[in-house]
Design a protein around this ligand. Structure first.
Ligand code: NAD
Ligand code: UGA
Length: 440
């Protein structure tokens, strides 16, 4: 039997679903609401609509315990004290701003059914000032309800979302109503107070923390990618350089892995939204704008390397692209660098066969096909490009493919095969950020 829910989560995507299942696991009774009938049907059947390690088991566990339900109807949350809003805030194509349409719809729907004193917790990533505007809107539209808005940005990473939910490095809350802040603090009381720092501030600081954290991490990735251009051209090994920098605890080792450029549903959209917002307020973020431009151009840098390896002839050549997801352990292809590299290659007339263990990508270009295995993608390939750092590609028996490839050439954009160079000595193995002369 399902207990009547006290917490509603609005949006059953990467953030909302993890939040809903995580809170249910911690003992809360939760209703998770989405506008997608397909999603809700799947979830009611215990099938997660997204891939996240451990999610299916956890979902089954909380459904069996009767602590979670799924609904298309916001009305089913009428008795809840808290509404965690985790709808998308995608880029508005024309302006670069975050599109707040889904958020406003969700908040307006909640305001119609919420009971007096309920708290609306904004987990979606929103431009600075949004929570204050939502509070004003609620106070104007339903003043008798005394609804309160609390900002509670999400920091989870796809691929390790469950771990990030249960072991957050911090919980950030922002608001103007102390009672509402305390209510949300109480919902999270399971987190060991000594281990998880709680940062409680105003809406503006809380919203800024979210964007600034993503911008800083995107900057770190972009920085190492630019240094990689240098080592690749002048000499050196970017992996050792990253380690050498990162061992300085003031810099830190994380987010210094060279790659095809940052992608995903958040870094590209959030860096753009922050830069756009800052410009609108007359406080241009020059570092951030440079980060965005450098990252956007990275695919061309990679294209030049591909052309070098294929003697400048790309038209009609077969390229196997290993990895479509924006990083390993997710099926998410939103703003994936792999997808932009695929299109850059197609634009130059290459024939692309792409394979990913989880992600799917389709395009109408007849020179593109998604393969169902590494073997199929590499069959007849003139070059194999490793774009996503899946373990399957790190461990794959490439030597078994030697007879079936067109040419034994690999360009590894994630340094996945670096420790296997001796074993792969029959291959022309090229690494991003490492001058090919250093390989020999
Ligand atoms: P998502 O697209 O995976 O999920 C959003 C869900 O909201 C969808 O299922 C959609 O159908 C639903 N929805 C839209 N309007 C609705 C409404 N009115 N009522 C109910 N449901 C509605 O998005 P996501 O990746 O979970 O991201 C959500 C927010 O969290 C974004 O602001 C994002 O920037 C932020 N965020 C995402 C991540 C991440 O790793 N994906 C991490 C931190 C923060
Ligand atoms: C990122 C943040 O890490 C989360 O804290 C945040 O909550 C989330 O965005 C969000 O706001 O949605 P995520 O997008 O899941 O999480 O992925 P990351 O692991 O941060 O990777 C982002 C991109 O940077 C990927 O394309 C990844 O391949 C790339 N990256 C990351 C590198 O190229 N090198 C690195 O060292 C690290």
């Amino acid at each position: 039997m399902t207990v009547s829910p006290s917490i509603a989560v609005i949006g059953a995507g990467y953030v909302g679903l993890i939040q809903a299942v995580g809170l249910a696991k911690q003992g809360h009774s939760v209703v998770c609401i989405d506008v997608s009938a397909e999603r809700i049907n799947q979830l009611q059947a215990g099938v997660p609509p997204i891939y996240e390690e451990g999610l299916e088991e956890l979902l089954g566990e909380v459904i069996a315990a009767g602590r979670i339900s799924f609904s298309l109807e916001v009305n089913s949350a009428a008795e809840c004290d808290a509404f965690f809003v985790a709808v998308g805030t995608p880029t508005e194509e024309k302006t670069g701003n975050a599109n707040l349409g889904y958020l406003y719809t969700a908040v307006d729907d909640i305001s119609q059914i919420a009971r007096k004193g309920a708290v609306l917790v904004v987990k979606s990533t929103v431009p600075i000032g949004t929570c204050e505007r939502l509070q004003i809107r609620l106070d104007e539209r339903v003043p008798e309800k005394n609804l309160s808005v609390v900002s509670n940005p999400e920091f989870l990473r796809e691929g390790r979302a469950i771990q990030d939910f249960f072991q957050p490095e911090r919980v950030v809350l922002g608001g103007a109503d102390v009672a509402a802040l305390n209510k949300v603090r109480e919902i999270y009381s399971v987190f060991d107070k000594d281990k998880v720092p709680f940062l409680i501030s105003d809406w503006f600081s809380s919203e800024t923390i979210k964007y600034a954290a993503n911008a800083f991490l995107a900057m770190k990735v972009t920085f190492i990618n630019e240094i990689a251009n240098l080592t690749q051209t002048v000499g050196g090994d970017i992996e050792i350089v990253s380690k050498g920098i990162g061992l300085d605890s003031r810099i830190g080792e994380q987010f210094l892995n060279v790659g095809p450029g940052y992608g995903g549903s958040c870094f590209p959209k959030d860096t753009l939204a922050l830069a756009t917002m800052a410009r609108r307020h007359g406080v241009q973020q020059q570092i951030l704008e440079a980060v965005i431009a450098v990252n956007d151009n990275r695919r061309y840098m990679i294209l030049r390397r591909v052309e070098d390896i294929l003697d400048q002839k790309l038209r009609g050549r077969r390229v196997a692209v290993l990895g479509i997801a924006f990083k390993a352990n997710t099926d998410d292809v939103r703003d994936s660098s792999a997808v932009s590299i695929i299109h850059t290659l197609l634009d130059e007339g290459a024939v692309v066969r792409a394979y990913d263990p989880m992600a799917k990508y389709e395009t109408s270009d007849s020179n593109y096909q998604q393969s169902s295995s590494v073997e199929e993608a590499m069959d007849g390939a003139d070059l194999t490009l490793i774009v996503t750092e899946w373990d399957e590609f790190k461990n794959y028996d490439y030597n078994s493919q030697l007879a079936s490839v067109g040419q034994a050439k690999i360009l590894d954009l994630r340094l996945s095969l670096k420790s296997r160079q001796d074993e792969l000595s029959d291959w022309d193995l090229n690494f991003i950020g490492i001058n090919s002369l250093n390989n020999n």
